[in-house]
Write a protein that binds this ligand. Structure first.
Ligand SMILES: Cc1cc2nc3c(=O)[nH]c(=O)nc-3n(C[C@H](O)[C@H](O)[C@H](O)COP(=O)(O)OP(=O)(O)OC[C@H]3O[C@@H](n4cnc5c(N)ncnc54)[C@H](O)[C@@H]3O)c2cc1C
Length: 259
């Protein structure tokens, strides 16, 4: 590790990897020391290139109660970092900043409200962490009245966590999982919801009773989904504080790398 990095980073080993498609995969990292975080926070992962650290934020999928840290990553063609992360298999190491960041789900979930989680592809990460936390917390956490997770993708092969989410929905009456695809013509076996998450959002919000004072909406991932969903839910009367967001990249920005 370059000498001038101080103790900002630790080197973590990849102890597990699962691929879902050519450009979507999960890794589990074993930190050198316990890494304390809240569900909804992110870690900063990086690799050393020419003596410098190239790093990006990644939401943590695992719950704080799990010993390893899990991430769900999409390889961005032409991206600066992800083409370097993608080849790393079990036994490889990468760098992680020692401190988590983020305030997305800071206040926890109000158990008296209906919570609508809306994600595009890898944006499911903070919600998976929160759901796992509800199941694993040593001090039992009261589950909210209802949680609906609406996940949008182009194709069903992008739903990396669908088995886990469907199993949870089958087991817990307070949880519903709705995956929706925007390109059903390229996915002939699909018989679930179709359309972008933001297109079907209002239908599920109304059905579950996500209304001012009764519901909360959390948006994570694609900036376009976030902007449209925010507008839709604002029109239904939700206040600023009832719509929270974690945007993964700035709207309209193109990949900066050349690899
Ligand atoms: C708080 C936070 C949490 C994040 N969590 C995750 C996560 O859990 N998993 C994950 O894969 N990424 C996540 N990201 C995005 C991640 O930090 C990187 O931006 C992404 O991996 C691309 O990095 P790169 O260096 O390869 O691309 P760059 O060279 O930095 O190019 C970035 C450009 O690629 C495009 N881009 C970035 N991400 C995507 C995407 N997912 N789909 C389509 N285009 C994209 C945008 O145009 C963006 O401007 C998160 C971002 C933030 C801010």
């Amino acid at each position: 590790m370059p000498a001038d990095l101080g103790d900002k980073y630790e080197r973590c080993e990849i102890v597990q990897r699962q691929d879902y498609s050519d450009d979507l995969w999960s890794i589990r990292l074993r930190p050198e020391e316990p890494f304390h975080f809240r569900p909804g926070q992110y870690a900063t992962l990086g690799v050393e290139l020419s003596g410098k650290v190239l790093e990006r934020p990644y939401s943590i999928v695992s719950a704080p109660e799990e010993p390893d840290l899990e991430f769900f990553i999409e390889k961005i063609p032409g991206g600066a970092l992800t083409p370097h992360l993608h080849p790393l298999g079990v036994g490889s190491t990468l760098l992680m900043r020692r401190r988590p960041k983020g305030v997305f789900l800071k206040s926890g979930l109000d158990s008296t409200r209906v919570h609508l989680f809306v994600a595009t592809v890898t944006g499911i990460a903070p919600f998976a962490s929160m759901l796992r936390h509800l199941l694993l917390a040593e001090e039992p956490v009261a589950p909210p009245k209802k949680i609906i997770l609406l996940q949008g993708a182009s194709f069903s092969s992008e739903f990396g966590y669908s088995q886990e989410m469907l199993a949870l929905a089958a087991d817990k009456g307070w949880f519903e999982y709705v995956p929706t695809i925007s390109r059903p013509w390229g996915d002939p076996g699909w018989n679930g919801e179709t359309g972008r998450a933001e297109d079907v959002l209002r239908k599920y919000a109304d059905r579950a009773g996500v209304s001012p004072g009764q519901g909360m909406v959390y948006l994570c991932g694609h900036p376009g989904m976030i902007a449209t969903s925010r507008a839709v839910m604002s029109r239904s009367g939700l206040t600023e504080s009832e719509i929270l967001e974690e945007q993964y990249w700035p709207e309209g920005k193109e990949p900066t790398g050349d690899s």
